[in-house]
Design a protein around this ligand. Structure first.
Ligand SMILES: [Zn+2]
Length: 141
């Protein structure tokens, strides 16, 4: 009696796990950076660790492609987030969320990802590849 009860519970749990896996397949992981506590803007990003400048460019592009604003730094400090509008840094609770494609698009709009992306792509000269984000990173250093 007790063991069959237990069996049913684990079947339910298995179903739950499969359902979750299915939902996760449709959704994408997204590091959600909270709004700026100072100006309320959602054009916020997080600091990530990068080993060198080549890594830094790649990390910024790949993150923007995914709707995330990041600024590579040698070491991430306790103030792990920054605001692109008022140039402030703050300690934010960056949580991983599962977003559908629609939700992801909404985040991209909210965070002005396309403008930042275009600005980065506009700079053809490798030498002058000074993005808004790296300017911000310099400013904060
Ligand atoms: Zn701000």
């Amino acid at each position: 009696m007790e063991s069959s009860e237990k069996g049913r519970m684990s079947a339910g749990k298995l179903y739950q796990t499969l359902q979750e896996a299915y939902r996760n397949k449709l959704k994408m992981p997204y590091y959600y950076v909270p709004a700026c506590p100072k100006c309320g803007s959602y054009i916020t990003g997080r600091f990530v660790r990068a080993r060198n400048d080549n890594d830094a460019d790649w990390i910024i592009d790949e993150s923007l492609r995914h709707g995330e604003i990041v600024s590579p730094v040698p070491k991430v400090l306790s103030e792990n987030c920054f605001c692109c509008e008022c140039n402030t840094t703050f300690t934010g609770n960056v949580e991983m969320r599962w977003l559908s494609m629609n939700e992801l698009d909404a985040e991209k709009l909210k965070r002005d990802i396309y403008a930042i992306w275009q600005e980065r792509q506009g700079n053809d000269e490798k030498k002058d590849k000074r993005s808004l984000l790296s300017k911000i990173a310099d400013h904060l250093r």
